[in-house]
Write a protein that binds this ligand. Structure first.
Ligand SMILES: NC(=O)c1ccc[n+]([C@@H]2O[C@H](COP(=O)([O-])OP(=O)(O)OC[C@H]3O[C@@H](n4cnc5c(N)ncnc54)[C@H](OP(=O)(O)O)[C@@H]3O)[C@@H](O)[C@H]2O)c1
Length: 425
């Protein structure tokens, strides 16, 4: 049997799980020869270090890896540099690369894939989206024969943990603290709650599933930090819950893509994901909807995707790569919207708000007012008939300036199950 020699860059959460997964003779075709990390001595003290064979070279010097005869470099340090430079050097020196680095693949994936092709090696990144859920190989191998027109997903486990806890009545700030204590959220949670992590993954999915190269910076994001416990109470009255949804859809020209907290009907698969679970629903012209779900993060789950990529390289199996093209992006689509206002209740408020909405071009569909909120801080909700997100953004700006408004209104897109309408730019 041909042995595939591999080097691991980064002995952190995922790196250690990869080594754990390789222990014993689980995968006899794979041979781990190098482990690189900064300040390597303390890494050798970890429990996972005991799973690495005695012949493994522990190093802090990338030259030890690049000048060796390893066949595959597994990049698990994360970030843009030195990860990008080391990947480029590995590819140029004829080594295949397996990585879980979503930001790098979202921003520089096409260029690195061309570099890999030019040197006759592989660049696989199955762990970059949804951790252990095989969305990327599923899209490439399993759905390559369909014409996927839309992908919607729950792509950030931290946000899903926060929102699904808030669903049961917990406050955002308390749940965020718990998520940080449990290691689900970073000390600075902006990348997760602001939608930037999910945006990177959505761009990778758009490329793999719909052959559309998107500039992540052009994809609109909305933070989940604006969502309050009161929104879950109103969402329930509307037969829905709230999730951070990442959605991309092919348009006649260009593409719609957006990451935002949205109202999700309880009968949508996206509402069924709880805790740190990830879920992706892909819609194809021929095959219709296909759902992927499972653990989107965590060392062991992510290591499964890394090891599967390694086995694919070791067996010489080629991923299906369809040529992708750059596409322009809009975050504007036609949808019904949920608008939550917190006001100091006075006569004439509803007509002032409905006047401002009508002037912006939004028609009210329903008005909901739950009992029990104080008059000085009354929370009530308006849902609108389908209209463009940009119309709603204008409506929020104009209603925010009304005297009665205690806080900036919150607007959330409402997902419609079995929505056959194409979003319009
Ligand atoms: N964790 C997950 O659930 C998950 C899921 C999907 C994808 N990913 C991706 O997998 C990758 C690894 O994530 P992780 O959670 O394992 O991160 P991590 O725990 O922070 O591990 C990264 C490792 O790389 C080392 N490192 C960082 N910069 C280095 C440098 N310049 N030179 C040498 N060593 C360096 C770190 O050393 P120190 O100990 O000194 O910091 C650490 O041991 C990232 O791209 C991440 O986005 C992670």
């Amino acid at each position: 049997m041909k042995l595939t020699k591999m080097a691991l860059l980064g002995f952190g959460t995922v790196g250690q799980s990869v080594v754990k997964g390789l222990r014993g003779d689980s995968f006899p075709s794979l041979q781990l020869t190098h482990i690189l990390n900064r300040n390597i001595a303390r890494k050798r003290e970890t429990e996972a270090a005991g799973y690495a064979g005695p012949e493994v070279v522990w190093t802090e010097d990338i030259a030890d890896v690049l000048d060796s005869d390893v066949d595959v470099v597994v990049e698990l340090i994360g970030g843009s540099d030195p990860a990008a430079t080391w990947i480029e050097h590995a590819l140029r020196s004829g080594k295949s690369v397996v990585t879980a680095n979503k930001q790098l693949i979202a921003y520089r994936g096409p260029e690195l894939a061309r570099l890999a092709a030019a040197h006759g090696v592989q660049l696989l990144h199955g762990a970059a989206v949804a951790g252990g859920v095989p969305v990327i190989p599923g899209m490439q191998q399993g759905l390559g024969g369909d014409q996927v027109v839309r992908v919607s997903g729950i792509l950030n486990g931290t946000c899903n943990y926060i929102l699904s806890r808030m669903e049961t009545g917990d406050r955002y700030a308390d749940v965020l603290k718990d998520a940080q204590a449990l290691g689900y959220a970073e000390a600075d949670p902006t990348a997760d709650v602001g939608g930037f992590d999910a945006r990177a993954k959505l761009c990778i999915l758009a490329r793999v599933a719909m052959q559309a190269e998107l500039d992540p910076e052009q994809v609109a994001t909305q933070s989940i930090a604006e969502v309050d416990a009161v929104d879950f109470a109103y969402a329930r009255e509307l037969g829905s819950t709230i999730r951070q949804v990442s959605k991309a859809q092919l348009l006649e020209q260009g593409m719609y893509a957006r990451v935002a907290p949205m109202l999700v009907p309880l009968n949508s698969p996206l509402a069924w994901s709880h805790g740190t679970q990830n879920m992706v629903v892909s819609t194809g012209r021929m095959g219709g909807d296909v759902v992927f779900s499972g653990h989107g993060a965590g060392g062991d789950a992510t290591a499964v995707a890394v090891l599967s990529d390694l086995l694919a390289v070791a067996q010489g199996s080629r991923a299906v790569h369809l040529a992708a093209e750059p596409k322009s992006v809009t975050g504007d689509s036609v949808a019904p919207h949920y608008l939550r206002f917190i006001v100091n209740d006075k006569p004439g408020i509803v007509s002032a708000i409905s006047g401002a909405l009508a002037a912006a071009g939004a028609n009210i569909d329903s008005l909901l007012q739950r009992k029990g909120y104080p008059k000085q801080r009354l929370a009530f909700v308006v849902t609108t008939e389908p209209c463009l997100n940009s119309v709603i953004a204008r409506a929020v700006d104009s209603t925010a300036t009304l005297d009665c408004m205690i806080a900036r209104p919150l607007a959330l897109e409402m997902l419609v199950v079995d929505d056959k309408d194409e979003p319009t730019a």
